[in-house]
Design a binder for this molecule. Sequence first.
Ligand SMILES: [Zn+2]
Length: 422
Amino acid sequence: MPFFVAVLLLLAAAVAAPAQTVPPSRLTEAVVARPDVREALSFIDRNFDRQVAEWISLTEIPAPSGQEAKRGAYVKAELEKLGLTVATDSMGNLTARRRGTGGGPAIVFAAHLDTVFPVGNDITVKRRPDGTLHAPGVFDNTASVVNMLQAARAMDAAKIRTQGDVLFVATVQEEVGLKGMYYWFDQNPKTADLLVALDSALGPINYGALGIYWSRMKFTAAGAHTNNSRGQPSPARAAAQCITDIYTVPLPPADAPVSAVYNVGGLMTAGNVVNAIPAEVTFSVDLRTVDPELILSLDTQIVARCAAAAAAHKVGFAREWIQRSEAGGRPEQLTERRNHPLVQTSIDVLRYLGVELPRGREALATGSTDANVGVVRGIPSIAVGRARGGDQHTLQEWSDIESAKIGTKQIVLLAAALAGLQ
Ligand SMILES: [Zn+2]
């Protein structure tokens, strides 16, 4: 590159650098000692029974991906009660901006409204004497939505004034490939200086993005009755060949610093008849790794195996995308992210709230939440937990009740520490 071009590029980079840099803020003694912050935390303690009641009632509003409107309407109304203006975009994402006094970074808290459970599943919440709630969706992600609402109320009640804007975003269609969050970032490309996805179990913070490619491999031919099948192209044979060949695509060792996995699932035959060559056979492939180059290379190899099998058997082939979330980078590529005040502050916040984090694994360069969308766009992004619980995406899903207090206080402390207090 000629010298003057390099200088020009450097100048351009300097001009393009965001005016607002994120201060190296952490959770300090000064922040937690402030009367307004203490009041907000106390508000969460005092009003926890009401929060749990809301958690139960919100869980019982069905919200499968793409059908979040009713749940969204409730959340919108509650945020409006705090005097916030709530924008709804054409997909159904909600955005409420709590204005700061200026000079701090804009921090976006995002909780997805949708669940993986279709309408018709019994989503009645059962509260057990051991302090747990049981229902599909109660943990993933209704707990986070309610935590976010309650954190907004606590900040309001305690009259916390931040310097940066705090945005409360309720997203749609997270469970089907982070679609709502992708759309939100397309519509609001310069809004977020920091992104915190509220969506996981309390524990290590995720600051990376697991790349997930879901493909449908489709093999097609004219089909033929068995009596006329001799020598005819068979999509079934091509699919079988392809599946066998996919498993010859080499993977890094499972214990390598960065590995990958793939799996063939969902095998289907159109018509599903015994006495004919099927006209169409499909199967799905799930490929995952945090390494952006590796995911592309593995995907290319997998698709090439299928194309070769189709050619050998003289049948048509097409790869259709089911979902595609990009990979955020290998741990060593994300060292700067790991050292970012966003991650450091989150670790401090969880420790302050008494959450034990495994030494050396307080924050992980992976994640599979709305935060991924920020990670692949270069915006400092993390996913943090909501409560303790488990069995998400199953009918046995459950959550510990008491630990949702921690999930809620965490939001207030992150907002106060990162957006800066007036
Ligand atoms: Zn989730």
